[in-house]
Design a protein around this ligand. Structure first.
Ligand SMILES: [Fe+2]
Length: 519
């Protein structure tokens, strides 16, 4: 370690102590702590990963000049064997976010990291590199979460996810919410967004992420393992689709400016590579990518929002998702796409080269069809889901089956319910053969999906579980013979000390597509 580093943060922290609150010594108040937004790591590859932090505005002030931030990566939790280090600048232009792409490390082992700036030290983060390409991997644990509305509850699910000591954390959308509750519902909330209004500009989205990153449970999770993140709609606006806002009367250029601000704030606040920076990509964020974990898992992370065509069969006044008659012809229009032409091509090409035991696809919504009641009582199709882009889903499943990609498993979010389904070769036909399994975690805090969806379970025989009463996450233990998925429910989203228990388990066995349920 070079330079006069004043150690004021926590020093050696083991995994068990990671839930401890950030204690600053030397008279630095939390408001002045430059690392009040925590640390994170992501995008594990065999010789490195991204480490991230974002200095708090209150500590840095509104300086236009760059603040130097030192970073260190070590092989041990005591930071005794430092194997990489350097210094980067935190700039106002990027809201004082710091992304470091660390390379040259050894595969499939843990590393620890921390930052120092302005005389203070960050908490210690733990992360790990991915196994080498094709390397024999015995097993791994992936935890996945989605839909964390700050106002709806405490992030206890995140704390319990960290306690599972995962190899990888997946965020499958709605990491923040752009809207705030008002009126009667607002009075029952456990905590409030800083801004009462719906955020729609760069300052607003940045402040929203800063608030979420101030949460100790989210910080604990990020400091415990590397993550991969995709987004859903609420990182920008409810039910937007590609370049189409929810509201029909909003001018396109105004919505694209809003989207660009939201995308920029997302990049600034996630441990993503520089190549995802929208400033280098004409306002877009390259989020979809393929990750390999030795011979065990190929994980394709998809972006089902940015490149979508407009939702089909929307109501005359708004694109807000609704249940439309299943007979609406636009649902099967082959010109419509959830992923966009380029991402579709990339995905199908990857299926052909999938060599790992498990072909996993992480994305934001339910892939299986789900017939549900329309307001008039008839059964229909939700216009914001995969069934509304049925031709794209058909192309995706045909490519998966045609490529003989081994043991496909889909992971998703959005439903605010635990859902488990068999994916059928011909999805609308429950009698067709099962080709994949699907797991959807419930929300971290967000309100449950309507009970009417749960009551539609008998109309959806390929769906094995639909349960909206619990908030929580899912945890997957993966080895070469099977995946065991636990649906983990927290006791009460209104309790900051909520406990966790396993609500249900499913197994998928290699070589046998679909779910095996446990009593
Ligand atoms: Fe959500």
């Amino acid at each position: 370690v070079s330079g006069p580093i004043h150690r004021r943060g926590l020093l050696a922290i083991g995994v068990g102590a990671m839930a401890a609150p950030l204690v600053l010594r030397g008279g630095v108040s939390a408001a002045e702590d430059p690392f009040a937004l925590g640390v994170a790591s992501g995008e594990p590859w065999p010789d490195g990963f991204v480490i991230w932090t974002r200095l708090s505005q209150s500590a840095v002030g509104s300086l236009g000049i760059s603040t130097p931030v030192r970073w260190q990566v070590a092989e041990d939790a005591q930071m005794g064997r430092v194997v990489a280090q350097g210094e980067v600048g935190a700039d106002l232009r990027k809201a004082f976010a710091v992304h470091v792409e660390v390379a040259g490390l050894r595969p499939n082992r843990p590393y620890w990291y921390r930052f120092t700036a302005l005389g203070a030290q960050s908490r210690l983060g733990r992360t790990r590199t991915a196994p080498g390409r094709g390397a024999r991997v015995k097993g791994m644990r992936i935890v996945a979460a989605s839909c964390a509305h700050w106002e709806s509850g405490w992030f206890s699910a995140y704390r319990h996810m960290a306690e599972e000591n995962p190899d990888l954390v997946l965020f499958l959308g709605d990491y923040i919410y752009e809207y705030s509750y008002r009126g009667e519902r607002a009075e029952q909330l456990v905590r409030r967004h800083n801004e009462d209004a719906e955020v729609d500009d760069l300052a607003g989205y940045r402040a929203r992420y800063a608030q979420y990153h101030s949460d100790p449970d989210l910080q604990t999770l990020h400091a415990s393992a590397p993550c991969l993140a995709t987004w859903d709609d609420h990182e920008v606006q409810n039910d937007y689709a590609g370049e189409f806002p929810m509201g029909l009367s909003v001018p396109k250029d105004r919505f694209l400016a809003r989207r660009a601000a939201a995308y920029r704030a997302f990049y600034e606040n996630m441990p993503l590579r520089g190549r995802s920076d929208p400033e280098q990509n004409d306002g877009r964020v390259r989020l979809y990518d393929r990750y390999r974990f030795g011979d065990l898992v190929q994980l394709d992370m998809l972006d089902g929002r940015q490149y979508r065509t407009e939702q089909p069969c929307h109501s005359p006044g708004t694109r807000r998702g609704r249940v439309a008659p299943a007979t609406c012809a636009e649902f099967v229009d082959p010109a419509r796409t959830m992923l966009g032409v380029e991402q579709e091509r990339w995905l199908y090409d990857g299926f052909r080269r999938a060599a790992a035991r498990w072909t996993m696809i992480g994305q934001q919504i339910l892939v299986a069809p789900y017939t549900q009641p329309a307001p008039d009582g008839s059964l229909g199709t939700f216009t914001d889901g995969w069934s509304a882009y049925a031709a794209n889903r058909r192309r995706m499943l045909d490519a998966l089956v045609g490529a003989r990609a081994r043991n496909p498993v889909f992971l998703g979010g959005d439903m605010h319910a635990f859902v488990a389904a068999d994916i059928k070769a011909d999805p609308p036909n429950p009698a067709s053969r099962t080709v994949a399994a699907e797991f959807v975690g419930t929300s971290v805090t967000s309100d449950p999906s309507p009970d009417s969806l749960m009551q539609s379970l008998p109309q959806n025989p390929h769906v094995r579980l639909f349960e909206n009463r619990h908030r929580g996450y899912m945890s997957l233990d993966i080895d070469h013979r099977r995946i065991e998925t636990r649906y983990q429910a927290i006791s009460d989203r209104r309790d900051p000390r909520a406990t966790v228990s396993t609500f249900h388990r499913f197994t998928v066995e290699a070589g046998r597509p679909g779910l095996i349920t446990h009593p």
